[in-house]
Design a protein around this ligand. Structure first.
Ligand SMILES: Cc1ncc(COP(=O)(O)O)c(C=O)c1O
Length: 362
């Protein structure tokens, strides 16, 4: 079946492009001599994790325990849960999972470290831990250099955890405006992490992993000597934001939403996909996705089921009933909204797959 015969809206993954993206990022890691532990929050699908691992990835990263459970049930057994876990219920699930798989977690406080350590020790277990370091995002993370060093000093003695190393996510690069700025932030991400690791080592503490990770900075932070691992995620599909942040070209984007034109007026079109399909996430251009093949169409407003499209300059216009493909702003958020995606190769449908990790908010 040709992809244009699909009902709309449909979430489409171009399998060949995705495989190429997987291979290209693996090459970046291999050439830098470091491990790739992709963040799978982008695809939330064990099958795609397996493709990344087959290509050379050493384990995966997830944001939620629920995603880790789905990935493990799907046969993935080396998982970093990159989130500070709190509460008895989560610790119970963590330890249950850790009996079946190689699980490591990240944290940025003594309290989280102690809770995990206490729970693990009570069951005669030890959980591998990365201390998260903030290199500019201002979200999770102990301060780089002395802040992280001091936290490691405090937690390294806890009996129920094993300190493995440090990690960061340079999400602030999404605010950068030029590729030079991203390069600078990427180098800074790597260098500050390596310097922080060296400070910790000066205390005689082993730091096995120095883990960096974001798609825009991947090709820069990976080059810094002393970095051991990277965890980009969005590269698997890319999206409009990644193009606008210089991480890829339009032809690399593997995820699209197929929609139908349902209204045509002199000043606008309406597509049958809204925020329930594309997510409300914005992009630096202020639009809600990029219409492939129609540079003159701008999705400037979304309601739940409607995309309102204006005309920017002259060019061909689709008719009511025509189908269009939209490259979403944020691939990860879109995967979370759909039950399944359709895989295509050379525009022909090759399968439909459940997005097993969608909606796992705990
Ligand atoms: C902790 C962590 N690591 C890695 C990533 C992957 O970054 P990107 O989405 O830029 O590929 C994210 C993304 O949110 C993250 O939160």
């Amino acid at each position: 079946m040709h992809k244009l015969e699909l009902d709309t809206p449909s979430l489409i993954i171009d399998w060949d492009r995705m495989q190429q993206n997987i291979a290209n990022m693996q090459k970046v890691a291999d050439e830098a001599g470091i491990k790739l532990r992709p963040h799978t929050k982008t695809h939330k699908t064990p099958l795609i994790s397996h493709l990344q691992i087959k290509a050379g990835a050493k384990g995966i990263t997830v944001a939620k325990l629920g995603e880790a459970e789905v990935m493990n049930a799907g046969g993935v057994d080396d998982i970093l849960v990159a989130f500070p876990l709190q509460g008895a219920s989560k610790l119970q699930r963590l330890l249950y999972l850790a009996r079946r798989a190689k699980i490591r977690v990240s944290l940025d406080s003594r309290k989280v470290a102690e809770d995990i350590s206490d729970a693990a020790q009570a069951r005669g277990m030890r959980i591998g831990v990365y201390v998260e370091v903030d290199v500019g995002l201002g979200r999770v993370g102990a301060g780089h250099h002395l802040g992280a060093r001091d936290l490691v000093r405090e937690i390294v003695v806890l009996p129920g955890i094993e300190f493995l190393g440090i990690m960061t996510h340079a999400g602030h690069t999404y605010n950068a405006r030029t590729v030079q700025e991203i390069q600078q932030l990427g180098r800074e991400e790597g260098e500050w992490m390596v310097e922080t690791a060296d400070l910790i080592r000066a205390d005689g503490i082993e730091v096995r992993e120095v883990s960096v990770g974001s798609t825009p900075t991947a090709r820069f932070s990976s080059q810094v000597k002393g970095v051991t691992e990277m965890r980009p995620g969005t590269y698997v599909f890319y999206d409009t934001t990644q193009v606008l942040k210089f991480a890829c070209g339009w032809d690399d984007c593997a995820q699209t939403v197929l929609a139908t034109v349902v209204v045509k007026h002199p000043d606008r079109l309406i597509f049958d996909c809204g925020s329930k399909t594309l997510s409300s996430d914005g992009a630096p251009n202020g639009l809600y996705g990029t219409v492939k093949g129609y540079p003159n169409l701008e999705i400037w407003r979304l309601s739940e089921e409607h995309a309102t499209v204006r005309f920017a300059g002259k060019g061909p216009l689709p008719e009511i009933g025509d189908k269009v493909e939209i490259i979403p702003n944020h691939a990860c958020a879109v995967m979370n909204l759909h039950d399944s995606f359709v895989a295509v190769s050379k525009d022909e449908v090759i399968g439909e797959f459940q997005i097993q990790g969608r909606g796992k908010i705990r």
